[in-house]
Design a protein around this ligand. Structure first.
Ligand code: SF4
Length: 716
């Protein structure tokens, strides 16, 4: 492709011109860039890439004009999101142009944590990192690589660099959550798998706490499936079981507000009715779960859901074809036995799918197609560990990428701070980069390369391509390129020059799986579409050894702390914020400004309290309250919320950053500090005992559509 370089002049022209006609003074001309194509100013160019805001793997089209990305749409051809997009995907462009991005490599220039850094060049950064890793290697000490991109280019580059060290330790930032989910389903389906659920073709759906229209596993894909479920000739019926009404429950035909931790009792009570009335599609041994002990008449006082209702729903479920159960419920984890019971709970819920006889059927549970690892050919024997206290102990250096454990998993902060060398690859001044010795900022995913398998869809496997849609805007470097550069300085010869070459070579491997006769042509089409989908196949090579479920149980048990009901009479349910997630997207103003769909709160945290409870405590909407658990306490405004059980209070993750730029900092409170199990699992499922006290101070509380519409004043 012909390349040419030119400077774009605005219509009025010259450097320093002011474009004030629209009321927005513009002091800079659009910078000179090297275009990829015969570029015409004023025309839109759409480029395909993949969303990396969550793990769902949606396909995107990004509109660029004058070499700036200015709009994102869903890729209509992509099998996961079929042209749709969630709010996080829409807002992603604000991470590219975020005013608080780190502009280039930094070296700590003050006390650790003082936030004082000096600018250095990339050459100095590589030299310093290579020298320090060399010293650590000569002492035979350990170096940890922690990344949220273990399956992508960064993961492979980390494996390559780790292989040059005697004690390289690979740590997957999502590992504990993946392990928890996989262990739960392993109990239920007796295979180490994460199945998918064909919501679109089911005619009856019971969800045990899965907030699939907001977060869960693939919210865009699941929302589309839910639309088909509702729009079918026979409209599907949907029942949501959870202690607090989420947006997903608000879309249900029936909401069953079961007590925290009793969702599996509801599932077993439904199963008991189906079996005792001879409605099961397969023979079920009553004693598999001692089903008779869970008859709805025996469990109604514990669950809070009347026997008559359970009997009716059980009959509806059994007589609807296909009927589907999803989700994993909630639990208060206070000791090791509770962690094990949490996994057992998933098995109980999925017993309903067995009873419905719906495995591997339309509208049922789909066992996953074999996954494709585009990098299998280059995998060594490196084992990825989950992020736990154990995996980060005893390190002499920790390299951290796409993860902010000091904020998100605060119980790891002390162990991280004790590591002699911390290197952060964060693009933003988050809590973890603030305690780093070296900060080597990564590109955003709009500026870099990646290739990854997305969760498979009904029609086949999916492999996504992430590619630059604009040139790097700042003096940043893709982390995979940085790791490969350091590996080369340490005397090894990686099989790739950089991340772009990694994706191109991996694409050639996918071409073989796809049976393409012309690899060049396959790569061109893959680049144009931004994804490949087809029949799964295996790429010869290594595989990553899996961790065991005992690791997750041990970690959860080590974090559990017993709280006595006399001291902590409430149960605090912490949940993933529908748009800010677990806090990693709190620096995007479009998402801060987006009202929470159930409470209308923007720009802050809140604690949901049932009106009866609020009345007893003398708490009014907007009052500041203190929430205390056996792990600590925080302050946040109360929202009197009718759709929650009286003994439950609820709070979203997402806020409470001490550092992450002007839009996120000093806003709300971080519930990860008082519910470490939920924080470690990055999950809605783990609740904790709590008490709540009204404070005399007034809360800063902003709710859309109320008399408190004050926006925060943000200045820099
Ligand atoms: S669900 Fe939303 S955030 Fe996740 S990949 Fe899709 S568009 Fe991106």
């Amino acid at each position: 492709m012909k390349r040419r370089e030119f400077i774009i002049l605005t219509s009025i022209g010259a450097t320093g011109a002011t474009l004030s006609a629209c009321g927005n003074p513009e002091n800079k001309l659009i910078p000179a860039l090297i275009p990829d194509e015969e570029y015409v100013p004023g025309l839109d160019y759409w480029k395909s890439t993949s969303c990396e805001m969550c793990q769902a793997g949606c396909g995107l089209l990004v509109r660029t004009r004058e070499h700036k990305a200015n709009k994102i749409e869903g890729n209509p051809q992509h099998p996961v999101n079929r042209g749709s997009l969630c709010a996080r995907g829409q807002a992603a462009v604000q991470s590219l142009y975020n005013p608080d991005r780190i502009e280039g490599p930094l070296r700590r220039a003050g006390e650790r944590g003082s936030g004082r850094f000096e600018n250095i060049s990339w050459e100095e950064a590589f030299e310093e990192l290579t020298a320090k890793l060399g010293e650590i290697k000569s002492r035979k000490e350990s170096v940890g690589f922690l990344t949220g991109d273990a399956s992508g280019v960064t993961g492979l580059a980390a494996e390559i660099l780790a292989s040059s060290l005697d004690n390289g330790r690979l740590i997957d930032a999502h590992g504990l959550n993946d392990l928890w989910i996989r262990a739960g389903y392993e109990n239920a389906y007796h295979q180490p798998i994460i199945p998918s659920f064909d919501i679109a073709n089911a005619r009856y759906l019971i969800s045990f706490g899965a907030r699939f229209l907001e977060t869960w596993r693939s919210p865009v894909s699941d929302s589309l499936a839910f639309g088909e479920f509702r729009g079918a000739a026979i409209r599907g019926k949907f029942v949501q079981v959870e202690p607090r009404m989420s947006l997903t429950a608000a879309n249900a035909d029936e909401w069953l507000p079961a007590a925290v931790g009793t969702e599996s009792m509801i599932a077993l009570a439904l199963a008991q009715v189906i079996v005792r009335e001879g409605l099961s599609k397969i023979p079920i041994q009553q004693n598999a779960f001692s089903l008779d002990d869970y008859a709805p008449e025996k469990t109604e006082s514990a669950t809070g859901i009347g026997a008559e209702k359970i009997i009716r729903i059980a009959r509806e479920f059994a007589s609807s074809q296909p009927a589907l159960a999803i989700g994993s419920g909630t639990s208060v984890i206070e000791q090791q036995a509770d962690a094990e019971a949490g996994l057992k709970r998933i098995e109980a819920i999925h017993l309903l799918n067995k009873i419905a006889g719906n495995e591997e059927k339309p509208g049922g549970v789909l066992l996953p197609l074999p996954g494709i690892d585009p990098f299998a050919k280059w995998r060594g024997k490196g084992r990825w560990l989950p992020l736990t206290g154990k995996s980060i102990s005893g390190l002499s250096a920790l390299l951290i990428h796409q993860s902010n454990p000091v904020f998100a998993i605060p119980h790891t902060a002390d162990a991280i701070k004790s590591v002699p060398l911390i290197v952060s690859f964060s693009s933003f001044p988050d809590e973890t980069s603030q305690i780093a010795d070296l900060v080597l900022p990564d590109h955003t995913w709009f500026e870099g390369w990646n290739i990854k398998a997305a969760p498979s869809v009904k029609s086949g496997a999916v492999v996504n391509l992430t590619q630059p849609v604009v040139s790097p805007q700042l003096n940043t470097k893709q982390t995979a390129d940085a790791l490969l550069a350091v590996a080369r300085s340490m005397g090894i010869s990686p099989p790739f020059e950089n991340a772009e070459e990694m994706t191109q070579q991996a694409a050639s491997e996918i071409a073989k799986v796809a049976g393409a006769t012309d690899a060049e042509e396959f790569r061109a089409s893959f680049t144009e579409r931004g994804f490949w989908t087809g029949k799964p196949g295996r790429i010869k090579g290594g595989s990553t050894p899996k961790s065991s479920s005992s690791e997750v149980i041990d970690e959860v048990a080590s974090l559990a702390k017993q709280g006595h009901a006399s001291e902590f009479p409430f149960i605090l349910l912490t949940y993933e914020h529908p748009s800010l997630g677990f806090g990693n997207q709190a620096n995007l103003p479009a998402l801060q400004e987006l009202p929470d769909p159930m409470t209308g709160v923007i720009w802050g945290s809140w604690v949901e309290i049932n009106p009866q409870t609020a009345n007893k405590l003398g708490v009014a909407d907007g009052d500041l309250v203190e929430v205390e658990t056996p792990h600590g306490s925080l302050k946040a405004p109360a929202v009197v919320y009718a759709a929650i059980r009286p003994e439950v209070i609820a709070m979203p993750f997402g806020q409470g950053h001490a550092s992450m730029g002007r839009y996120a900092e000093n806003r709300g409170a971080n519930p990860a500090t008082i519910n470490p199990v939920a924080a470690a699992l990055q999950s809605d499922t783990a609740a904790v005992r709590a008490k709540i006290t009204k404070l005399s101070e007034q809360a800063a509380h902003i709710r859309f559509g109320t008399t408190l519409p004050e926006r925060p004043h943000i200045e820099r």
